[in-house]
Design a protein around this ligand. Structure first.
Ligand SMILES: CC(=O)SCCNC(=O)CCNC(=O)[C@H](O)C(C)(C)COP(=O)(O)OP(=O)(O)OC[C@H]1O[C@@H](n2cnc3c(N)ncnc32)[C@H](O)[C@@H]1OP(=O)(O)O
Ligand SMILES: O=CC(=O)O
Ligand SMILES: [Mg+2]
Length: 550
């Protein structure tokens, strides 16, 4: 069936939609601008049907995470699964990929703000990943606005005038391909309850983006494309596969119309990449090295192992053994199964002065060069100012006749072993590194609880994944009684002293006016709680969400 026929078919079925449909969903809290448009009766009925079928399984999936973590905490290191060996040994490939997803050499990412979306779609990139996840603090207003902005962008009917400058923004004729990244399964949307229980945020993001846009996307020979973050197992991938199949059937779409890319950004998931591809083989087109959450997950998953405590954040680069093994195994696995292997984010952002900017570009070049040489098919940039640099490198590697590097199979590599993926990472733990982690985490939490999920700090893009590394590193150093390179023992008391001092330093850096107008006291309290707690708090965004939505 052609895209046009699908559109016509669906248009008929919605024409008869019953506006008075009753559901088990309740919307909590005051209505925000745009809410009635996004959650119109058809959209609510659709979301209700998804909830009826799928929400019950989510607590089970989260419980499985906890059970696996308990086994790891008790000494059983993660490994490839014996029970799924047949999948790893089997001869199968993914279903295939649509034309507009075969060339993804540079993807820009960014939160779903209106100006950002326009700038990203106009950038010199192949894809824009519109982010409801790491770079978005999910206040209800932002979630709703984000859906409105994406709806308008899909229709090519989006513009924006910046109130501060009067500058007008509109779409160029040939915008990037759009992929929406939904929230991870751990995040609830507390403004919508199903039978009295808040529903998974990711299901809301998926349902609304799909519902409002799939017809228009298919009509322009694109499709409903998603990034799925923070999976921890193939059982979670199976859940998404069931969601996609249900939706395709309900909307009379060909199986495999919905396409997804899964981030491999947790340590447990790296051992199940084949299985994740297999479970989602109708819908998946790529895996992506979400390196920042992956580093965070390495810390979190191996939190009980004193020999696997990470050094200063700056020392954990993609050429360290455990990260190199992860990137190479992801490429090998994807290409064997016909899927693209996306690289990750260099967190650098352009500097204002030319000399510093040249250093930034050099670092980005080095990082992208390593990815392209390894065989990745594309990569991420956080800022349009880095797109040309990344594009040039991937153009050079991919060459004129191809759109990706699927031909690089890495067959001749020795098998990558579990021990390499878990390899300890040497390096110094310095006082300067600890203080920097404190200043970063403090400023990031402060921004997040006020609704800003991605901020430039000290020349880097900081989002929920990078900030997690900063705060969990300190937690880990305290828990394992590590000493800094100058001999100081890292304790809760040392951290608390440093936090006070670094609060004062941040105040100096930002100026008293900005500091006093901010939420640093609240941010510092939360930061101190999660860093000195004996139990590692799973995600800083969980207590953060309570403050954001208080
Ligand atoms: C670990 C992960 O998950 S990575 C993926 C999630 N993270 C992200 O997506 C990060 C995206 N990047 C960003 O949010 C931003 O680049 C920041 C916050 C880091 C810096 O933003 P700014 O302080 O606005 O940067 P700067 O002032 O240099 O921006 C210059 C212009 O580029 C635009 N711009 C910057 N980043 C982006 C982006 N990612 N997409 C589109 N436009 C962008 C700005 O809107 C601005 O536009 P204007 O000149 O029309 O006003
Ligand atoms: O989502 C990406 C990451 O690096 O984390
Ligand atoms: Mg991530």
């Amino acid at each position: 069936m052609t895209a046009e026929q699908l559109v016509a078919q669906y248009s008929k079925s919605t024409a008869n939609a019953d506006d008075s449909v009753k559901t088990d969903l309740t919307f909590i809290g005051p209505t925000v601008n745009g809410q009635e448009e996004v959650f119109n009766s058809g959209a609510v009925a659709f979301l209700d049907s998804l909830c009826a079928k799928f929400v019950d399984e989510v607590p089970e999936l989260l419980k499985l995470r906890k059970q696996k973590q308990a086994r790891i905490d008790n000494g059983e290191l993660p490994d490839f699964l014996p029970e799924t060996r047949a999948i790893r040994d089997g001869n199968w490939t993914i279903r295939g990929m649509p034309n507009d997803l075969t060339d993804r050499r540079v993807e820009i990412t960014g939160p779903v703000d209106r100006k950002m979306i326009i700038n990203a779609l106009n950038a010199n990139v192949k894809v824009f990943m519109a982010d409801f996840e790491d770079s978005l603090a999910p206040s209800w207003q932002k979630i709703v606005e984000g859906q409105i902005n994406l709806r308008d962008a899909v229709r090519g009917d989006i513009d924006f005038t910046a109130p501060e400058t009067g500058k007008h923004y509109s779409l160029n004729p040939d915008p990037a391909v759009l992929i929406a990244r939904v929230r991870g399964l751990h995040l609830i949307e507390k403004h919508i309850e199903y039978k009295g229980t808040p529903i998974p945020g990711g299901l809301v993001d998926f349902a609304m983006y799909f519902y409002h846009n799939y017809r228009q996307l298919l009509a322009k020979k694109s499709g409903p494309y998603f990034y799925i973050p923070k999976l921890e197992s193939h059982v979670e991938a199976r859940w998404w596969a069931k969601v996609f199949a249900f939706v395709e059937e309900r909307f009379c779409l060909e199986p495999g119309t919905i396409k997804c890319t899964c981030l491999i950004e947790t340590l447990p998931a790296v051992f199940e990449m084949e299985e994740i591809l297999y479970e989602l083989r109708s819908n998946i087109v790529a895996l992506n090295c979400g390196r920042w959450d992956y580093i965070f997950s390495y810390i979190k998953t191996l939190k009980n192992y004193p020999d696997r405590v990470l050094p200063d954040r700056q020392a954990v680069t993609m050429d360290t053994k455990f990260l190199s093994a992860y990137s190479r195994l992801l490429i090998k696995t994807c290409h064997k199964r016909g899927a693209l292997a996306m690289g990750g984010m260099a967190a650098f952002i352009p500097a204002k002065d030319e000399a510093t900017n040249e250093l930034v570009l050099q670092k980005v070049r080095g990082d992208k060069e390593l990815e392209a040489r390894n065989g990745h098919d594309g990569t991420w940039v956080a800022h349009p100012g880095l797109a040309d640099t990344a594009m040039k490198i991937f153009n050079d590697y991919i060459g004129g006749d191809r759109t990706n590097q699927l031909h690089i199979t890495r067959d001749v590599d020795a098998p990558i072993l579990a021990s390499e993926l878990l390899e300890p990472c040497d390096g110094e733990k310095t006082e300067a590194g600890m203080r920097l982690n404190i200043r970063i985490a403090l400023q990031y939490i402060e921004a997040w609880i006020q609704g800003n999920g991605c901020v430039p700090i000290y020349g880097l893009m900081e989002d929920a994944a990078t900030a997690e590394i900063s705060r969990t590193s300190i937690w880990q150093w305290i828990q394992h009684g590590k000493s800094l390179s100058n001999g100081k023992l890292v304790t809760k008391a040392l951290f608390k002293d440093m936090l006070k001092e670094e609060m004062a330093n941040v105040k100096k850096e930002l100026g008293a006016e900005r500091f006093n107008a901010g939420q640093f006291a609240k941010a510092s309290t939360l930061f101190e709680q999660i860093t000195t707690s004996d139990e590692l708090v799973d995600f800083l965004t969980l207590p953060g969400y309570e403050l954001l939505t208080a």
